[in-house]
Design a protein around this ligand. Structure first.
Ligand code: NAG
Length: 302
């Protein structure tokens, strides 16, 4: 079990003082330890709501806590950007009545015009106490999203840390939960479906209020009497895509390279989707009745 998270107010004097102490301690421990290990403190930066987030040590794991109250939430991003990599991070989500809150993990490029916007999105939609979270995923390429798939997690994501992963290589974007693949977005650019292939992205995380839509379609509002809410992130591991010997980078890998199937256990994917898929845009024939299903939803003609 994870150590109990610190119970702190989101902001205010007590929080500020505590944060200074924690940061000083993290710096000290990081200096004392071999810093080769992935470190949230070293590898990410808080980009909004810096007074609603703090780093702390939990055993050996330096952890970033994001906080949300009625004023605002907070968010971070990796200091580095990557073109093709595997991203793994451990997260523990807002406990108890998390209705209206959304905790996110996503890949996104720097500011680019919307027509070039790429994004790989995991959004954990909170719920009232005792009811399950929904994991909402989406993929944007060249400014077009609308590729929603939703899942029910097979564990309580608020009791302990679980590993959420995004594998991004030239042929696939794969989303995994505790090592189990739940989604595979294939590069179908040859058939006309957009796929992120050319710009670096950073990994981001955030905690915010979305009670206009998140929980049971927006009908359940955030209960601010239960605030502040906390979500925790630790052990970010980024593994850049490694090309085969003699190949300069993954973008030059021959299309049929086995390199890009390594993380893809098709049987595990099928089973996870049979058991945990709630919604798939590719199965939503009603939604696409006028236009036909998006090209990537139809099987390739062989
Ligand atoms: C919340 O719980 C209800 C009832 O179990 C469920 O229908 C819903 O999908 C859950 N998740 C969200 C985000 O509303």
């Amino acid at each position: 079990m994870a150590a109990p998270p610190p119970l702190l107010p989101c902001s205010g004097e007590r929080c500020r003082v505590w944060r200074l102490v924690v940061v000083a301690f993290v710096v000290f421990v990081a200096a004392a330890m071999d810093t080769a290990a992935a470190s949230m403190y070293d590898d990410v930066e808080v980009v909004w709501g810096s007074d609603h987030s703090f780093f702390y040590m939990d055993g050996e794991a330096d952890t970033l806590a994001l906080c949300l109250d009625e004023t605002h939430g907070s968010g971070f991003r990796s200091k580095d950007a990557y073109l093709y990599a595997r991203f793994d991070i451990d997260m523990m989500l807002v406990a108890n009545n998390s209705a209206g809150t959304v905790t996110t993990l996503y890949l996104m490029p720097e500011d680019v015009p919307w027509e070039y916007h790429d994004e790989v999105d995991l959004e954990f939609l909170g719920n009232v106490t005792g009811e399950p979270y929904t994991l909402h995923t989406n993929i944007f390429a060249n400014g077009v999203g609308g590729r929603e798939q939703q899942f029910r997690l097979w564990f309580d994501p608020t009791c302990d840390f679980h590993t959420y992963s995004i594998v991004w290589n030239p042929k696939h974007i794969i989303i995994l939960v505790d090592g189990v693949p739940i989604r595979d977005y294939r590069n179908e650019a040859a058939r006309g479906a957009a796929f992120p292939t050319w710009q670096k992205m950073r990994v981001h995380g955030s905690l915010w209020n979305a009670d206009d839509w998140a929980t049971q379609g927006g009908s359940v509002k955030t209960d601010w009497s239960a605030a502040p809410f906390y979500a925790y992130y630790r052990r970010l591991r980024v593994t850049p895509c490694a090309p085969s010997p003699g190949v300069a980078w993954c973008g030059d890998e021959p299309p049929e390279s086995p390199r890009f199937k390594q993380e893809m256990d098709a049987a595990a994917l099928r089973k996870a989707r049979e058991e945990h898929l709630l919604y798939d845009y590719c199965a939503d024939t009603k939604r696409f009745k006028d236009t036909g299903l998006p090209i990537e939803c139809t099987p390739p003609i062989s």
